[in-house]
Design a protein around this ligand. Sequence first.
Ligand SMILES: Cc1cc2nc3c(=O)[nH]c(=O)nc-3n(C[C@H](O)[C@H](O)[C@H](O)COP(=O)(O)O)c2cc1C
Length: 189
Amino acid sequence: MLFSKRRKYAITRYYALFERKKGQKMNSMVIYDSTFGNTEQIARVIADRLGEHGTVKLMRSDEAASLDLKEMDLLVIGCPIHRQRMTPAVGALLANIPRRSLKGRAAAAFDTRYRLNWFLSNFTAAQEIASKLKRTGASLIVPPEGFIVTGREGPLEEGELERAAQWAEKIIEQFEAARSLHKEKAGIR
Ligand SMILES: Cc1cc2nc3c(=O)[nH]c(=O)nc-3n(C[C@H](O)[C@H](O)[C@H](O)COP(=O)(O)O)c2cc1C
């Protein structure tokens, strides 16, 4: 079997994306908020990796409000956790995206945070971003992810930038798998 049942399910959820974008490069946008620069570092690593597979725009959430997000194939949003929530700037950005307007687009959410116990790990900014993204119609292609800081102002724990690069690779892999599946179904070589 080419894909496992679970993976095939994940793939078919967002495969509508390729109805419009056959053969085109991945067009991504990474939007972040950051007070002390740690989330920005993670966002840059993710954008660098995505940039190896197509075009990528990297910007702060307060600069992204006027953009036409429908232009992109993949939207990645991240911010630090502030009091178990996403930051107000990211909240405002997501609130301004009309419901269902990003149908057929792929998306992923991340945050930076302290190392959390099991209970608190159910209340993260990444999960909140992910649930707001679902309301926009975008399909989450990887689970929400958190990257760990050692203190309020950082720095990031050792290895977190590498883990961010691996997470970006996973996003690319899922995106490419969906594209291959589409081509296979459509009989495109
Ligand atoms: C006002 C405030 C509230 C915070 N609340 C939380 C929290 O609830 N949970 C948590 O894990 N980290 C919390 N933090 C720590 C942030 O996660 C940390 O400052 C952030 O990851 C650093 O990212 P940045 O450099 O991009 O701002 C809080 C930080 C601030 C400044």
